[in-house]
Design a protein around this ligand. Structure first.
Ligand code: FPP
Length: 235
């Protein structure tokens, strides 16, 4: 089976999952965090190179305060609790997004895990935290403008690949497969530049109900797709 190099996931449906069970929305996030665990473990096991998870979007600040506080606590707990497992499984932890907007404690935990796992060579696990693709592009435009003003680059040095140097993670390859749970057919400001040719897999299943088996089916479906990147297949 053709394994994608990079899988990105929009983990949607936590709130609806909870509501359908008469639970508070945050219970959905708690259940969702357990699925995050299973998918990371499976990804490491099958030898996936990169997994990017949309854990907190730049629009999520518009949620009720108690939900934001809960999500940040869940993230803090996760960053502390998972460190041994991340190290044991040779996982390199990274983030994309404006993480400087999180509380200091969260920023420190992110920094600690990123630094500690930096030379790991297995799966690269990237959490999108306070991430928005439009902000990423605008931030890149600002950085590239600064480099132009400082005469570090010339206008003709800017091209489809060199612009990536100014994105949040300059080493991130485009996702080959983007999975969205919760049944909505949109990208919700996630990896807009990088997903130009990404294969999409959308499932109605809410994130807390997403299984390792369905993850495997999504990869299987990906391996059957014909990717032409705008060209024609002359076989
Ligand atoms: C979308 O569901 C999900 C989120 C905004 C948060 C994602 C967080 C997790 C999966 C758990 C925590 C993750 C880590 C890495 C510890 P929603 O609330 O928008 O669902 P809805 O569309 O049904 O309301």
């Amino acid at each position: 089976m053709d394994l994608p190099n990079h899988i990105a996931i929009i983990m949607d449906g936590n709130g609806r999952w909870a509501k359908s069970r008469g639970l508070s929305r945050v219970k959905g996030h708690e259940a969702g965090a357990e699925v995050v665990d299973k998918i990371i473990r499976k990804s490491a096991k099958i030898g996936l190179k990169r997994l990017t998870l949309y854990a907190f979007s730049s629009e999520n600040w518009k949620r009720p305060k108690y939900e934001i506080v809960f999500l940040i606590k869940l993230l803090n707990r996760y960053l502390i609790k998972k460190e041994p497992e991340i190290m044991k499984n040779n996982i390199k932890f990274t983030t994309i997004g404006q993480t400087d907007k999180f509380p200091r404690k969260t920023q420190e935990l992110i920094k600690k895990l990123t630094t500690k796992s930096a030379s790991n060579t297995g799966l690269t696990l990237c959490l999108a935290l306070n991430y928005g693709a439009r902000s990423e592009i605008i931030d890149a435009v600002k950085k590239v403008s600064r480099a132009l003003i400082d005469r570090k680059i010339k206008i003709d040095d800017i091209n489809e690949n060199s612009i990536r140097e100014y994105f949040y993670d300059r080493e991130m390859p485009d996702p080959d497969l983007l999975i969205r749970t919760g049944g909505e057919y949109r990208l919700s400001n996630f990896l807009l530049y990088q997903s130009a040719y990404t294969e999409l897999y959308i499932t109605p299943v809410y994130w807390p109900d997403f299984t390792v088996e369905e993850f495997h089916s999504a990869i299987e479906e990906f391996s059957r797709r014909e990717r032409r990147f705008g060209a024609v297949d002359e076989r």
